[in-house]
Design a protein around this ligand. Structure first.
Ligand code: HEM
Length: 466
């Protein structure tokens, strides 16, 4: 069985804008942009020893950066020279309003200050049991060997989990909503990645459907908030432990609470930012374990010796370090947010090269996580890289699945805990075998997902057979 992993290959060449170094560029048409962005970015970064490479997206100049130093330059040292990018903002605003993935400046700072404490390492453990209960409920359906697509399954599972975490609601009772959310995310993805995406006000069939979905979702959440407020104002308000409850109860420095329109925006932002990223991370983890039996055996040995037949809890996690190492290494090889976009708001420089105002600058985490001067044998799936002492020795900015700087993911502690719990639970309970004859490769849409999916047979694990 192989110990290295599938890598994006192929891509097209063209000439870079004059102010940037290097040789390769992207893409004549929209489909190429959607299908081959990571391919081309990887080639671009591979070709640039200093980790800065210019290319074009259609007529627009763009730059990809992929060394710890240049990434830090963009996201930290010269962060004021960049905004999020018009394309991303235009795509996310209809669903997420002025939530944290869209807002900038003072509003962004104010909202981060009020949201972050609820996702801190002290706060997230209280969500562990919800995550585990949802996962147990989900896999209870697999009582005998079943052929599934792991990508679709992990999307459903994380949809169930995030709906519980945010609203204490069951996404299976809200199928229409879950469908609308999935389609709305797909529309966002199209709007971000496609050169020819029309703004939402243009009445194409795709846009009309998106509009209906977005209206349905925002109305559902607005009603939900309204009902929750009424309950809380009642004589004996029920105790709520979900994230929406946290945000409803929180206060700005002046003692006021978050207005309902922002509450709605932040709830949808957390939903959108967490669901598919977590699904892709887990699908890649399962895929890597299924293709590396010796690593899978080490995970099983760990969970069997610590848990036996018992259900995992938060308190077990510190005794399950290898499960965490596996999840981190999966996100090194396949960071769900592989290409973090920025757009220069003024003329600036990166790695000593000029970047003109308006240029898109991408943090290419896929290539950053494969720098050979940082990661020996970078294509190898080797969770021991994240053993405590070795992880501490990594250079700053060399491992960024959650970004860094002023926009660093506020959900990273929750996401890591979820990944840790699910890795342990699924390894304890299931045998996952890939079906033969598949060619799986990383495809970058907004997130990096295994494409065209991962077909596998999942069976309840027999202890006797390992
Ligand atoms: C494996 C799962 C996840 C991954 C890989 C991930 C990755 C990221 C990355 C790379 C960013 C930075 C984007 C940038 O700099 O522009 C980000 C931002 C964000 N993430 Fe996550 N995320 C995950 C899970 C979550 C969860 C569970 C939540 C919340 C419950 C969340 C909420 C957010 C929000 C609100 C932002 C925007 C922050 C800002 O711009 O201030 N994410 N995420």
């Amino acid at each position: 069985m192989t110990t290295t992993v599938p890598r994006a290959t192929g891509g097209s060449a063209a000439s870079p804008p004059p102010q940037h170094p290097g040789g390769s560029a992207l893409l004549g048409h929209a489909r190429a942009l959607q299908r081959d962005t990571i391919v081309a970015l990887e080639q671009i970064s591979d070709g640039a020893a200093d980790g800065v490479m210019g290319f074009r997206i259609g007529p627009q100049p763009a730059v990809a950066v992929s060394t710890p130093a240049t990434v830090r330059e963009v996201l930290i040292d010269r962060a004021d020279d960049y905004g999020r990018g018009r394309r991303q903002t235009r795509a996310l605003t209809p669903l997420m309003g002025r939530g944290l993935l869209v807002s900038e400046g003072e509003l962004h700072t104010r909202q981060r200050r009020i949201v972050l404490p609820h996702l801190s390492p002290r706060q997230v453990p209280r969500h562990a049991d919800t995550i585990v209960a949802e996962a147990e409920r989900y896999i209870a359906g697999w009582t005998e060997p079943t052929e599934v697509d792991l990508v679709a399954e992990m999307n459903s599972l994380t949809m169930n989990i995030v709906t519980q975490l945010l609203f204490s609601a069951d996404s299976r009772d809200n199928r229409e909503l879950a469908r609308a959310i999935t389609e709305a995310f797909e529309w966002e993805m199209h709007a971000i990645t496609s050169v020819v995406a029309f703004p939402l006000w243009v009445p194409t069939a795709r846009n009309r459907r998106a509009r209906r979905n977005i209206d349905l979702i925002r109305r559902w959440i607005a009603d939900f908030i309204h009902r929750r407020r009424a309950e809380q104002a009642g004589e004996s308000p029920p105790e709520v432990t979900d994230l929406l409850g946290d945000l409803m109860g929180t206060r700005y420095e002046d003692g006021t609470g978050m207005p309902d329109d922002l509450l709605l925006d932040e709830a949808l932002t957390a939903w959108g930012a967490s669901q598919e990223t977590s699904a892709d991370a887990q699908a890649w983890t399962l895929y890597l374990l299924a293709t590396h039996p010796e690593i899978r055996q080490r995970v099983r040995d760990e969970v069997d010796s610590v848990l036996g037949e018992r259900t995992v809890t938060f308190d077990d996690l510190r005794q399950l370090p290898f499960c965490m190492q596996v999840f981190k290494e999966a996100m090194r090889l396949y960071p769900p947010a592989s290409m973090i976009p920025r757009q220069a708001v003024r003329d600036t420089t990166v790695g000593g090269y000029r970047v003109k105002a308006g240029t898109m600058v991408f943090i290419n985490a896929y290539s950053l996580h494969r720098r050979p001067e940082v990661y020996t044998d970078p294509e190898r799936f080797d969770p021991d890289r994240f053993a405590r002492t070795r992880e501490k020795a990594l250079p700053k900015g060399a491992y960024l699945p959650f970004g860094t700087g002023g926009n660093v993911c506020p959900g990273s502690h929750l996401a890591n805990m979820e990944g840790h719990l699910l890795t342990a639970l699924l390894a304890q309970r299931l045998t996952v075998e890939l079906l033969p004859g598949q060619r799986i490769r990383p495809e970058l849409l907004v997130n990096l997902r295994p494409s065209p999916g991962v077909r596998a047979r999942v069976s309840p694990r027999s202890r006797a057979g390992g």
